[in-house]
Design a protein around this ligand. Structure first.
Ligand code: CO
Length: 164
């Protein structure tokens, strides 16, 4: 860090005669830092990890209503999706979880998403090392269920999606 700073100062000194480039470099640095801080505090960006142990790393996801949600599902394991597939499926409040999951099991051709209008959003089915990112409108305030619909997973791989 110190080395970089010294180099920077030297560079600045070299260009010193001309004031313009020096100013530009400093303002560029500052602009880069500010958006990162705002991002973490105010937007609905969710990262959900899943693994070879058939687990999500979160059982509760909280977002704010009235905006969009960008959700990234990562599969941090190594097993292929045919054997350890994971997705994120957000159910509507009117959807019966057990019934939905049962029909999902029989829907292999559509990546285990049964036909109908029973979800708010869902990702692709992914395997080890893969990721998928989706963006959708946050449902109105309430508590919803999210799950993985790969056969045999939903009893463990499920949680609460809370919109505040
Ligand atoms: Co799964």
């Amino acid at each position: 860090m110190k080395k970089t700073l010294t180099l920077f100062t030297l560079l600045a000194l070299f260009i010193g005669c001309d004031n313009e480039p020096k100013k530009e470099k400093f303002s560029y640095k500052r602009v880069q830092e500010t958006p990162t801080e705002q991002k973490t505090s105010s937007s609905n960006e969710v990262v959900l990890n899943s693994n070879d142990q058939m687990l999500f790393d979160r059982s509760v996801i909280k977002v704010k209503s009235g905006g969009s949600v960008t959700l990234t599902l990562n599969h941090t394991g190594k097993i292929a999706k045919e054997f350890m597939g994971h997705n994120f499926v957000l159910l509507k409040e009117t959807t019966d979880v057990d019934d939905f999951a049962e029909r999902a099991m029989a829907s292999k051709d559509s990546e285990y998403i049964p036909e109908g209008d029973e979800t708010y959003a869902y990702t692709r089915m992914i395997g080890g090392g893969e990721s998928d990112t989706i963006t959708f409108d946050a449902p109105e305030a309430g508590t919803y269920i999210f799950l993985c619909t790969f056969p045999g997973h939903y009893q463990v791989m499920r949680g609460e999606f809370i919109v505040e």
